[in-house]
Design a protein around this ligand. Structure first.
Ligand SMILES: Cc1cc2nc3c(=O)[nH]c(=O)nc-3n(C[C@H](O)[C@H](O)[C@H](O)COP(=O)(O)O)c2cc1C
Length: 198
């Protein structure tokens, strides 16, 4: 039975240690993306782009991350990083979230009154889509997390997957079967983050 909306909201957690699950297929991802596409974007401009890496492409991406991180990590300090990367690599795939900045430039031209807002809105568009996909994965029992190895990996990824020059990498979402239990989620006191006036 499909989980209810409140269950999906609570089930979505950052799961960073992943395993492969043969039940998670391209169709699973396509179904999640079809749902996530209901995410709103400023002026409905749909400026975000997704690249889904599964199989060899997924492994290749984490090889790129590892190669680039090794370049900037002091020797001997890599063991923890390696363990973390292996947790992502263990999954079924990774979604790369891009923003097509050419679209954002077009929006600035078309709506000059808001020209100074569109860069910020591009990030909002992407973030909302990221969350929507994360929830859509959670609904199907697919574990995921949100990672940010950009800009370290941008050039290698662009070369490997023929990414257009105007696309800017914003986030990476490795996904698979959960191989860890998340700890309890903590919340700040409500009155610190919400103010009501009635
Ligand atoms: C904008 C944003 C950036 C984040 N960046 C990272 C990241 O680079 N690496 C990571 O492991 N988690 C990242 N996270 C995950 C948060 O740490 C996590 O969502 C938060 O601690 C709450 O835990 P939960 O996702 O399990 O509910 C990010 C989350 C958001 C919203």
């Amino acid at each position: 039975m499909k989980p209810k909306f409140d269950e999906v909201m609570e089930k979505r957690r950052s799961i960073r240690t992943l395993e492969k699950d043969s039940r998670i297929t391209r169709e699973t991802v396509e179904k999640a993306i079809a749902l996530a596409r209901h995410a709103p974007s400023a002026y409905n401009a749909q400026t975000s782009r997704l690249v889904v890496l599964m199989g060899g492409g997924h492994a290749k991406f984490w090889d790129i991350v590892e190669k680039q991180l090794r370049r900037v990590t002091p020797p001997g300090a890599f063991a923890r990083t390696q363990k973390k990367l292996d947790g992502f690599r263990g999954g079924n795939g990774t979604v790369l979230f891009y923003e097509d900045m050419a679209e954002t430039e077009r929006m600035k031209q078309d709506f000059p009154t808001y020209a100074d807002k569109f860069d910020q809105w591009a990030q909002h568009n992407n973030a909302i889509l990221e969350y929507a996909l994360w929830l859509a994965f959670a609904e199907q029992g697919v574990a995921a997390s949100l990672q940010h190895y950009n800009p370290l990996v941008d050039a290698d990824s662009a070369k490997e997957w023929n990414i257009p020059e105007t696309w800017s990498l914003v986030a990476q979402m490795p996904f698979g079967r959960a191989a860890e239990e998340p700890g309890p989620r903590t919340f700040k006191p409500l009155d610190e983050v919400v103010t009501f006036y009635e």
